[in-house]
Write a protein that binds this ligand. Structure first.
Ligand SMILES: [Zn+2]
Length: 166
């Protein structure tokens, strides 16, 4: 399968053509390591129009909800700064910013549970992203498919009122 071959190429760190990107935009080299590379004023930056639409928190981050593209499972929540979003938009792989480790983290580099980007949307007020992916294996670091599996809270459920009023 082509996708598997592409996966192996990217795992080796090769540059890979990103579908949908204009030919004038070179695919960025994606570091295989998770070492933080804060932007130093050189190299590619996030599209200024996209950056301007982001409503970041005090730490410069926006929440990224990650969803399996075909089953619509809500897989996990991560955080992205502008550079993590740029990498996600341009590499075909999801990259987060780890607040606890203060470094970029490309999902699956250590676990093998890679996330292949299918789409990215910004929400209505710019403070959250919806990233649709094809998730390999478990999205959660605890080994469950999603971060929400088996963690339901006791909630009172309710039904919406019958529009007939009967
Ligand atoms: Zn989790």
């Amino acid at each position: 399968m082509r996708a598997r071959g592409q996966a192996r190429e990217q795992a080796r760190g090769d540059r890979t053509r990103i579908r949908g990107m204009p030919p004038s935009t070179p695919a960025p080299a994606v570091s295989g390591s998770s070492s933080a590379q804060q932007h130093d004023g050189e190299g590619p930056v996030l599209d200024p129009a996209v950056a301007a639409a982001l409503k970041k928190d005090d730490a410069g981050l926006v929440a990224a909800v990650v969803q399996q593209y075909d089953t619509l499972e809500v897989l996990m929540l991560g955080w992205m700064d502008e550079e993590a979003l740029r990498r996600t938009l341009t590499s075909g792989r999801v990259t987060f910013y780890s607040r606890s480790r203060a470094e970029y983290w490309r999902k699956g580099d250590t676990s093998g549970h890679r996330q292949w980007v299918k789409g990215v949307a910004l929400d209505c007020d710019g403070d959250a992203l919806l990233v649709t992916v094809d998730q390999e294996g478990a999205a959660c670091h605890t080994g469950t498919r999603t971060c929400f599996d088996g963690r339901a809270l006791d909630a009172m459920t309710a039904d919406r009122p019958d529009p007939e009023g009967s």
